[in-house]
Write a protein that binds this ligand. Structure first.
Ligand SMILES: [Zn+2]
Length: 286
């Protein structure tokens, strides 16, 4: 069995601020100290991914593919990655945060550095995909990135076996996908911008142990698949985003700030979701 690691950054131990997860080109003009904080956080993100790789291999995985899943998706430090892995980087991937799940032999997806869904109180950097998406509802159920990505993985018959991140990211993922998903909490949130953290070494020790257990138990999990015709609704922060998204032929206005569509399967969901998010990325003051 091969394992795909979907590596996000906000749920990394020690991270509580956007400054820590924004690559320098995003924050041009900020103080150099901010860039230094990003550099420290990406090194810690890479170390957590390495802990997950070590655990996966110890638990019986033949190979581990890592998909850099945060922002521009060029955060991991390749020279510092575990030498046994291959890795995917760069943005605009057709399968987004679970690019690689369609590769031959992938038997489990591991989420590392994950965060809670938009709107969650007391959850560090909680959001869904980007700042302007207020909610994603699958057949009426509100989900975050852990749900979006599970549906895409499910289309390829692959279950999510591990989630690491803050306490609410772990709780929300397991509430949606089941207690069979191994959860590793590296910090407990006080607010959107504060948390009580484990020591980074202890976080990595627990991630390694969780990943080993997840690799061993993944075969017992069932993927989360999208029922045909299931209604997906996306709610934005502003009506102008819904205006634009509703121009997509298979997408309809469903509320003042919301659109809905009913994809035939998880792959159609992935593609329509991407199109909707691109369309909704509009300037607020043209
Ligand atoms: Zn992210």
């Amino acid at each position: 069995m091969k394992v795909l690691i979907s590596a996000d950054m906000e749920g990394t131990c020690g991270v509580v601020s956007w400054v820590q997860v924004m690559p320098p080109e995003v924050v041009a003009g900020v103080e150099p100290s901010s860039t230094a904080e990003y550099e420290r956080a990406r090194a810690r993100m890479t170390a957590e991914v390495n802990a997950a790789i070590e655990g996966a291999l110890a638990g019986g995985a033949d190979e581990v593919i890592v998909n850099d899943s945060h922002d521009g998706m060029r955060n991991l430090l390749p020279d510092d990655l575990h030498p046994a892995c291959r890795w995917i980087s760069g943005n605009d991937k057709p399968l987004g945060m679970v690019q690689g799940v369609d590769l031959d032999g992938i038997g489990a997806v591991f989420y590392t550095g994950y965060h809670a869904k938009a709107g969650t109180p007391a959850a560090p950097l909680a959001h869904t995909w980007t700042g302007f998406l207020n909610d994603v509802r699958v057949a009426g159920r509100s989900v975050g990135e852990y749900g979006i990505n599970a549906l895409v993985a499910g289309h390829f018959g692959v279950p999510v076996a591990l989630v690491t991140g803050d306490d609410q990211a772990v709780a929300q993922t397991r509430a949606l996908l089941g207690d069979g998903v191994v959860g590793v909490v590296v910090k407990e949130g006080y607010s959107t911008f504060a948390a009580l953290h484990l020591h980074p070494q202890e976080a990595r020790r627990r991630i390694r142990a969780g990943a080993e257990e997840a690799a061993r138990t993944a075969k017992d999990l069932r993927p989360w698949t999208l029922p045909a015709g299931c209604r997906i609704e996306l709610e934005f922060d502003h009506q102008s985003r819904a205006d634009q998204a509703a121009y997509i032929p298979t997408v309809a206005r469903s509320g003042e700030r919301a659109v809905a569509f009913a994809p035939q399967d998880g792959l159609a969901f992935a593609h329509t979701f991407r199109a909707v998010m691109k369309a909704a990325t509009v300037r607020m003051s043209p």
